[in-house]
Design a protein around this ligand. Sequence first.
Ligand SMILES: Cc1cc2nc3c(=O)[nH]c(=O)nc-3n(C[C@H](O)[C@H](O)[C@H](O)COP(=O)(O)O)c2cc1C
Length: 346
Amino acid sequence: MRDSEEIGKAVHAAVEAAVWAPSVHNTQPWSFVVSGEEISVRADTGRRLPVEDPAGREMLISCGAALFNVRLALRGLGHEPVVRLLPDPDRPVLLALVRPGGAVQPDEHTRLLHAQIERRRTHRGDFTGEPLPDRFVEAVCREAAAEGVRLTPVRSGPAVRALAAVTRAAQEVQSQDSGFSLEVLRWSRSPESRRRDGVPADAYPRSSAQDGDSGLFPGDGSLFARRDYARGRPWGYERAWDRERAQDRPEAGPPELVAVLTTAGDEREDWLRAGQGLQRALLFASAYGVRAAFHTQALELYHLREFVRHGLCSGEHPQMIMRMGLTEEEAGTVRRPLEEMLDERP
Ligand SMILES: Cc1cc2nc3c(=O)[nH]c(=O)nc-3n(C[C@H](O)[C@H](O)[C@H](O)COP(=O)(O)O)c2cc1C
């Protein structure tokens, strides 16, 4: 017989796990209704970014990552998740219905990923420069593939440089545009802030004009622009990164892994799958001490996204651009309290 109290606890724990998902600018654009044993995963459209994300693509990738955590937590707690994706065309904010199915014994892989849900962090600094073993790269790509999406390492120097150049161009364009700039400002938090959403000031390294840091990352001459959350203010943690060591890097190729996550289609369902595949790959990486940095600015500008799609992704739709590597730095993050996003019904 199934123990309903135990199932209730697992369902609650699954929602607690969901909120640890990454989300664009830490908007946490989700809400949950627990009704009996069933979890409704919903998009909180008031948290969509109207300028950067008018179609809600990034919002749904974020929610897809949260959905993956729900599935993983249920399985990790011994319940096979039963999922209906986009169950009701008349209720577009209802993204998924999930309930615990039959009992399962979580395997080692499930336990490995489950343990990373609260440990995974987005990285915004540099990496140590140690290359990632090929076996790891192949394995992390398999994790994304298991969710029906493609994570492709970008190996050639020219392709990495092209991707970095497009990212720089997008960052430049967005920084000149008041709509984009105000949106970043709206979601960046000062060191004194008590808010539990947005990007906190300890989530990225401090930029310093004196040491020539322009927010760009060296490596193979490729320079990936990062989002400018501080906007000239002395926010951010002190770098652990050794600039001199970075300058000794061999010119042969980028020291970290540059990768693009793509989907065959570009509909809401594809975005939810992209989020699930992303989160699965990130948790796997985290289990091996590997962090990811995202550079998604170019995917928010139609023509640049089309350029990346046709020039670098063989026509597949790019959903995330990232670098992966090892780091000694530990970024901070915040989450809203569960009560704000959970509605529990009998
Ligand atoms: C769709 C999507 C796009 C993102 N784009 C960027 C980005 O361009 N730059 C960046 O620094 N972080 C990016 N992030 C990471 C979020 O800012 C991060 O997940 C959020 O601040 C919460 O922090 P955490 O992942 O460390 O918990 C993105 C995340 C998602 C899901």
